[in-house]
Design a protein around this ligand. Structure first.
Ligand code: ATP
Ligand code: MG
Length: 574
């Protein structure tokens, strides 16, 4: 590609709405443009990277005998109603109607559609196991689309679905995908961790997430430095030592606490630690009001809560002022577990039952209650663990101290069991002619998000530093002065020779200042730069690897060897 012809609308200014490096750099390097919130156009350079990632994914899927096909993005509501997810998916689903008023959605994922295809065609155990995938555009009306390609409303996903005779087969397929994903993300150059995930709206049992590490990532994970335990904060078991207090239950006391509502203010007022309080959070869940009691020094894990309640996440809302007043009889800030209105469901984290003489809201404006005790003063449904894990908690496997880290979820594997096959009746006949339900798996890679996750790990102040495996072009030849015939000639010759060897090259043949050319090359992150300048007539060029300080003055032949070297270092074929 000649730079003079390349459509690469770079930006000098950092767009103000962009926070993450990947978002800024994709915009600045002219790789993407926003159409509307969470919806982007992929411009030529950006799309080349997307295609590189897609191809890595494709190769590794094919390697495990998963077969590529392509389904429609438009899906009829009937199938989703059969699985129960037409309701459960909630506002994240883009819905539409055709001219005959039939309901459809823009596919956020494709479990139902793949199951539907299979149930009509696969009838015998001889046709199983089966693994199918597609690389396709998905639609999710995310509550908060943000961070460029990280959280979009339209994005590219690889989704694979496996169909097996039984649980064992499903598990085998799961671990095969696991291995394939490790290869994919390694080939993309990513530093990643595999962690236990919550299966959420997908249903099923086991799930693992592939997290590309990043200090500013959206996903928080807890991991054990001693054993192999690692999980998203949503999933992680929260375990810590609480001082089980012994001694007397003291007489409870109503204390006037005018306008003192937050834990911080209460800590100051009572002059005791936050672990001596119990917070009562009030939620609206469909038509029900649910109060949740947790220790004052800990955070609630809403994913665990919705699981206990058996509702989809979008149906859980923090109660508004009116509901709180109705449920507690007091203004916001004074909710407690005692004397709640009858209809309110009360859940209590198990650790509250082991605390003694703690402070709670009095359900009376401007009052709290001191020396409250579970059992004596209130009772509720005790739930083992409703808490969000935090640094310093105990590893549920080996009791060491957990650490926290951040990253972006780039892939997810799920064991679905029979959730969809049962609902949609995907059955087969076994050797004895007996009808059996299929066991399924669902396995996603966020292709467009992976591109952003790579940039998060590969950039500096000047721009992107693509790993060769996903770079839009491998080499850029920068002709310093296009008015000099010998420079143009050498540049053209190298351009042709590299192209003929299958190397993807940009020839910067623009009539621009050298500084501008170098800046652009760095911004768009081409891994190898060959500069053709003053010594062109001696066949000497400058060789630079993006992100490294070293500049070598070498012959064009040596430059070729160096390129070969770089390819081999990254396990690629020159
Ligand atoms: P998240 O928790 O980030 O919302 P998810 O659990 O909803 O992700 P899956 O349904 O498992 O995601 O989708 C498979 C993959 O698709 C994810 O691992 C992620 O890489 C990608 N993905 C999901 N949602 C988005 C989005 N809004 N924008 C870009 N990529 C996404
Ligand atoms: Mg999601």
């Amino acid at each position: 590609m000649r730079m003079s012809k390349l459509y690469m609308p770079t930006l000098r200014e950092v767009p103000s709405e962009a926070e993450l490096p990947s978002h800024k750099l994709l915009l600045r390097a002219g790789m993407i443009r926003k159409l509307v919130s969470g919806i982007y156009s992929y411009l030529p350079l950006g799309y080349r990277v997307i295609r590189k990632v897609e191809n890595i994914v494709r190769e590794e899927m094919n390697n495990v005998d998963s077969q590529e096909l392509l389904m429609s993005a438009i899906q009829p509501s009937e199938l989703w109603k059969q699985s129960g997810r037409w309701q459960d998916f909630g506002p994240e689903m883009f819905r539409l109607r055709d001219r005959n008023d039939r309901e459809f959605c823009l596919g956020p994922t494709h479990e139902e559609i793949f199951t539907d295809i299979i149930r009509h065609e696969v009838k015998s155990y001889k046709q199983l196991p089966l693994s199918l995938y597609q690389i396709q555009t998905k639609y999710r009306d995310e509550k908060r689309p943000r961070f460029g390609l990280m959280r979009c409303r339209e994005f590219i996903m690889k989704d694979a679905y496996t169909f097996d005779r039984d649980e064992e087969g499903m598990e085998r397929a799961y671990f095969e995908m696991w291995k394939a994903y490790e290869k994919i993300f390694t080939r993309c150059g990513l530093d990643f961790k595999v962690v236990e995930g919550d299966s959420g709206a997908m249903g099923g049992s086991d799930s693992h997430e592939f997290i590309a590490m990043s200090e500013v990532g959206e996903t928080q994970i807890a991991y054990c430095p001693k054993c192999d335990y690692a999980a998203t904060d949503e999933k992680a078991v929260c375990s810590y030592d609480i001082h089980e207090e012994i001694g007397e239950e003291l007489e409870k006391e109503r204390v006037h606490t005018p306008s003192i509502k937050t834990i911080d203010n209460l800590v100051e007022f009572f002059d005791i630690g936050p672990d001596k309080f119990v917070k009562t959070l009030i939620f609206k869940v469909k038509d029900e009001v649910v109060a949740v009691c947790i220790p004052g020094n800990r955070e609630l894990n809403e994913v665990k809560l919705v699981k206990i309640l058996g509702v989809p996440e979008h149906e859980l809302e923090l109660a508004d002022e009116t509901i709180i007043k109705e449920a507690t009889g007091a203004n916001v800030g004074f909710a407690g577990p005692m004397a709640l209105r009858e209809k309110v469901r009360l859940l209590v984290d198990s650790r509250v039952t082991r605390m003694k003489n703690f402070v709670i809201g009095a359900n009376e404006t401007d009052y709290h209650i001191k020396n409250a005790n579970y059992g004596r003063d209130f009772k509720g449904e005790v739930v083992e663990d409703l808490l969000l894990v935090q640094e310093g908690d105990k590893c549920p496997k080996c009791d060491s101290i957990l650490k926290m880290d951040r990253g972006n979820e780039v892939g997810n594997i799920f064991q679905l069991g029979t959730k969809y096959s049962q609902a949609l009746n995907a059955t087969y006949l076994d050797e004895n002619g007996k009808e059996q339900i299929m066991f399924m798996g669902s396995h996603g890679v966020g292709v467009s998000r992976t591109v952003a996750a790579i940039i998060e790990q590969y950039h500096d102040d000047n721009g992107i530093i693509w790993p060769l495996s996903v770079a839009p072009y491998h080499v850029i030849i920068t002709v310093v002065n296009t008015k000099k015939e010998e420079q143009i000639q050498l540049g053209e010759r190298l351009y042709k020779e590299l192209n003929s060897r299958g190397i993807e090259v940009i020839l910067d043949d623009r009539n621009e200042r050298a500084g501008v050319k170098f800046k652009d090359a760095e911004l768009i992150g081409i891994p190898i730069r060959i500069t053709v300048g003053k010594k062109a007539n001696e066949d000497t060029v400058e060789f630079v690897v993006r992100g490294k300080d070293e500049r070598l003055e070498i012959s064009s032949k040596e430059a070729f060897d160096k390129i070969k070297n770089e390819f081999e270092k990254q396990g690629l074929i020159f």
